[in-house]
Design a protein. Structure first.
Length: 241
C-alpha cells in the first residue's frame, strides 16, 4: 500500500499536529503550505526526524490551476496518495451587513473551492490504485450551527460538510472513506484573541481544545480500524453543540 498522505495547511496549527501524528504512525507526508517557508521547513525537519519521507508542496488552495499542477507533479514523482486531509482554510469575520465582497469571496474561494481544487486531482489516482484510501475534511462547529459574524465562514464550512457526505457515497464502493472533523475552539492563531472568560461561557468544558486532540481523531480515521466509518461528521468541541 502506498502510505503517503497529503495534509493541506500543515506547516502550523492543526495541520502540523495532524502531519506529525500521522508521521509518528509511519505514514509518509506530503506537506502543503501557502507562504511560510520557514515554518514548512521546520515542520518537514520534525517529520523526517520521525523516520518517514516528506515532500513539500507550495500553493494557494484557491488557485485551481496552480493546485492541480502541484498535486499532479507530486503524484507523478512519488505516487498516488493513500489519504488526503483538507485542513487549510481562512476566516474573515464581520457582521453580514458590513461584509465586503472581498471578505465573502476570499473565504468561499479558499475554504469551499479548496475542496474541489485539492481533492479533485487526487481522487482518480486513488481509485485507479485499487487499494482504498482515506479522505478527511475539516469543517467547524460554525458549519453545523452557524455563528454570529461568520456568515461567510459558516457557509463555506457547511458546504464542505455537504460535499463530504456526497463524495463519500460516490467512493464507498472503492473502499475510500470520506469523513469530516468539525472542531470547536482550538488553540490556534485563528482564535488567539478570544478572551478566556468568553471561552468559559461558550464551551461547557471551559477550555479550548488542543491541536493534538484533533490530530488524534484524524489518525484514527486514517487507520485500518476506521475502515467501516464513512459519511460522518465528528465534532470535537468540548460540548458546544
Amino acid at each position: 500500500m502506498n502510505n503517503r498522505v497529503l495534509v493541506t495547511g500543515s506547516s502550523r496549527g492543526i495541520g502540523k499536529a495532524i502531519a506529525l501524528k500521522l508521521a509518528a504512525a509511519g505514514l509518509d507526508i506530503a506537506l502543503h503550505y501557502h507562504s511560510n517557508q520557514t515554518a514548512a521547513d521546520d515542520t518537514a525537519a520534525q517529520i523526517r526526524a520521525l523516520g518517514v519521507n516528506v515532500s513539500l508542496l507550495k500553493f494557494d488552495v484557491a488557485e485551481r490551476a496552480t493546485v492541480k499542477a502541484a498535486i499532479e507533479a507530486d503524484i507523478e514523482a512519488n505516487g498516488a496518495y493513500y489519504g488526503v486531509i483538507l485542513n487549510a482554510g481562512i476566516n474573515r469575520d464581520t457582521a453580514f451587513p458590513a461584509m465586503t465582497e472581498s471578505e465573502w469571496d476570499s473565504v468561499i474561494h479558499t475554504n469551499l473551492d479548496g475542496f474541489y481544487n485539492v481533492i479533485h486531482p487526487c481522487v482518480m489516482p486513488m481509485v485507479q490504485g485499487r487499494k482504498g484510501g482515506r479522505i478527511i475534511t475539516l469543517a467547524s462547529v460554525s458549519g453545523i450551527a452557524g455563528n454570529r459574524g461568520q456568515v461567510n465562514y459558516s457557509a463555506s464550512k457547511a458546504g464542505i460538510i455537504g460535499a463530504t457526505k456526497a463524495l463519500s457515497l460516490e467512493l464507498a464502493k472503492r473502499k475510500i472513506t470520506v469523513n469530516c472533523i468539525a472542531p470547536g475552539l482550538i488553540e490556534t492563531d485563528m482564535v488567539a484573541d478570544i478572551p478566556k472568560d468568553m471561552v468559559e461561557q461558550l464551551v461547557p468544558m471551559r477550555r479550548m481544545g488542543k491541536p493534538s486532540e484533533i490530530a488524534a481523531l484524524a489518525a484514527f480515521l486514517m487507520s485500518d480500524d476506521a475502515a467501516y466509518i464513512t459519511r460522518q461528521v465528528i465534532s470535537v468541541n468540548g460540548g458546544m453543540i
